[in-house]
Design a protein around this ligand. Sequence first.
Ligand code: ADP
Length: 501
Amino acid sequence: MIASPVQSSVSPDLPRDLRLLLIEDSEDDALLIVHELKANGYACKWQRVETGDDLKEALSASTWDVITADYNMPQFNALQALLIVKESALDIPFIIVSGKIGEELAVAAMKAGAHDYVKKDNLSRLIPAIAREMRDAEERRGRKEAVKALRTQFEQISTIFDSMHALVYVADMDDYSLLFFNKFGTQGEELIGRKCHEVVHSGMSSPCGFCTNDKLVKDGEPLPPYIWEYENSATGRWYQCIDRAIRWTDGRLVRMEIAVDITERKAMEQLKEEMLSAVSHEMRTPLTAILGFTDYLMSEDVPKDQLKSCLGTIYKETERLDELIGNFLELQRLKARVEQNSFRAVPVQDLLLTATEIYRNASRQHEIVVDCAPNLPPIRGVAEQLHEVLTNLISNAIKYSPDGGTVLVTASQDDQFVTFCVKDEGIGIPRDVIDKIFDKFYRVDNTDRRKVGGTGLGLTLVREIVAEHGGRVWVESAQDKGSAFFFAIPVYHEVPTPAMS
Ligand code: ADP
C-alpha cells in the first residue's frame, strides 16, 4: 500500500507536461504516483500497462519521458520490462517504484539497467530522481548526437579526401605510424597504425633517408609547407609533395603530406628536354648541311651540275628536318591527350587497303602484297592513328629493303585482338639492338642504314599509338634476312575490353 503523498518542492528540471509510462498492476498505486507529481505542480500525461505486450505497444505508439515500474506484478516484473525497453533501443529513464524491495533485488535491477529505485512509502524521492535521470538522459542524448554529428562530419571530410586525385596522409613524427590515410591508391586495406615509409614507399622497413620531418618544425612550431618532388622507386611514378606539420586532435605536431601524381607532367617535361636535346643533336646535322651548302652556293659561282647536286642535298636535309619536326610534334600531341573517347569501330580491310595504296607505286623494286583474313571484326581505335602505324611500318619495310623484295601486309584474328604484320625481305635488325629500335631517336648505326634517311622517331610513334589503343607491338628479325613487325589491337565491342598486358 502506498503512503500518502508528501508535498515536495517543484524541481525546475522537470517538464510541466511530463509523459509518464507506469508499469503497475494496481490502478490505485498508479494514481498515487500521478497524484504525487501533480501535487508538485506537474501536469502529467500518463498511461498504465501491466503486461509485456502492452508495454511494447505503448513504447511504439508514443514518446515517453520516464518509465516507472513496480518490481513484481502477477503477470510481469520489472526485469522483464527492462529487457523490453532495452530491446526497443530507446533511452528512457527507468525507475523502479516498488513496495517491498530488498537491497539484493535493487542491485540486480540496477545491474539490469534500471536507473534508480524508489520505495512506495518514500515517494518524495521520486521527483528529484526523475529530474536527475531525465537530465542524465538528456546529456546522453546530447553526447550521442554530438558523436553522430562528428561522425557525419568525419565521413563528409573523408569522402572529400578519398575522392581527391592525390594521396593525403598524416603520420606521427616520432614513430612514423599513420594516423590518417585517404583511399587514393589503396585497395581498402586498413593502414592506420602502420608505418608511413612501409605504406607510402612500398614496403621500406626503415624511415626514408629523404624524410622531410626536420624541415617541418622549428623550435616546436610548424614551418611553412615544404614542397618537393620525388620518384617512387617501386612504381616509377612521380609525385609533387606538399608537407606540413599540423596540430593533431591531441595537440601534438604531426606530419601531413599531400602527394599529387605528376608522372604525366614529368613525362611532358622530359619530352621537352628531349626536344631541346634533339634540337641540338638531331636537328643540327641537317641544319649544318643546309647552312653549309647555301653558304657555299651564295659565295661561289657553281657550275650547273654541281648546283643541282647541292640543291638536291639541301632538299633532302630539309625534308629530313621536316619529318623530324613532324614526328616529334605528333609524338608530343599523342602524349598530351587521352584519346579513349574518340575510339570507334575501324574496319580492318579498309585500313589495310588505304595504307598500302600509298606505297603501291612508290617503288618498282618492291611488291606490296596484302593478305587479310576474311570476316575480321572491326578493331577499336582512331583510324587516322592506326593508318599512321601501318604507313610507318610499310615505309620502313621499303626503306630498309634497299635491294627490293616483297612487303607482305597481313591481318588475322587472335582471340580478342586483331594482329597485323608487316614483313619485308630487307636488311634485318642486328640481334643486340633489337630491343632499342622503339626508343626515341634510336637508329641502327651502320653504313647501310645511314644511307637511308630517317629520324629515329617512327617506331616510337608506332609504339605510343599502339599502347594508347590498349595493344602491343613486337618485332621478329634476322640480319640480312628481313624483319616482321607485328601489332595487336583489341577487337571493337560496345563495352571496351581490358588492355593487353
Ligand atoms: P627511322 O626509320 O626514321 O630511322 P624508326 O623509328 O622508324 O626511325 O626506326 C628506328 C630504326 O629501326 C631504324 O633506324 C632502322 O635502323 C630500324 N628499322 C626500322 N624498321 C626496320 C626494318 N623494317 N628493317 C630493318 N631495320 C628497321
